[in-house]
Design a protein around this ligand. Structure first.
Ligand SMILES: [Mg+2]
Ligand SMILES: [Zn+2]
Length: 193
């Protein structure tokens, strides 16, 4: 069993529907395949960590309290599916919008590596053996910046970014998956290959 491999997963467009700012918990909809995907990573002994930019807090679109409610809904759905996250980290900051302390040039806003660094320290993860999964190029940049492997998903913003923006990407993902379930299956074979 791998002891120190992490899977860092973006939230919106990867775990759950990309619907813009979640300013009410009712807007938050987890994809139907997410529970199975997370459960399979749990069973393989991987550390599963959510890393999500939530600048809507800095922008004043929603509070950290509402963000907490959304994450409780996500956790409850995973529990029903027999799955769990080892941690959920979010960046509530924006470099130029809002008021301090949310307005700051933090080190956690993806593609900066603060959330990955923190997870590595708190959960004992070897980032070089680990994976980032996301639906935006910033997630691929995060993997590159952190020295992790990357899987791009075509859910959420993924298909549009892949079709129309890929030629601008300085880094390419190691794998392009249909969705989070496909990504998790690819990771499970990649770590045993
Ligand atoms: Mg996303
Ligand atoms: Zn931040």
């Amino acid at each position: 069993m791998p002891q120190n491999i992490g899977v860092f997963i973006d939230r919106d467009g990867t775990i759950s529907e990309e619907v813009g700012y979640i300013n009410h918990v009712s807007r938050y909809q987890v994809y139907p395949w997410t529970g199975e995907a997370i459960r399979s990573l749990n069973k393989a002994g991987l550390k599963v960590v959510v890393v999500t930019n939530q600048a809507g807090v800095a922008r004043g679109y929603f509070t950290e309290g509402l963000l907490g409610q959304v994450h409780q809904k996500l956790i409850a759905e995973m529990t029903r599916a027999g799955a769990h996250f080892d941690a959920i980290y979010y960046c509530p900051h924006h470099p130029t919008v809002g008021e301090p302390p949310y307005r700051q040039a933090c080190n956690c806003r993806k593609p900066k590596t603060g959330m990955v660094d923190r997870a590595a320290a708190e959960l004992g993860i070897d980032v070089s053996k680990s994976f980032v999964i996301g639906d935006r190029y910033g997630d691929i940049e995060l993997a590159h910046n952190a020295g992790a492997r990357s899987v791009f998903v075509l859910s959420g913003y993924g298909l549009g970014e892949y079709e129309y923006q890929r030629h601008n990407w300085k880094q390419q993902p190691e794998w392009v998956a249909r969705d989070l379930l496909d990504a998790s299956q690819w990771i499970l074979q990649a770590i045993t290959a």
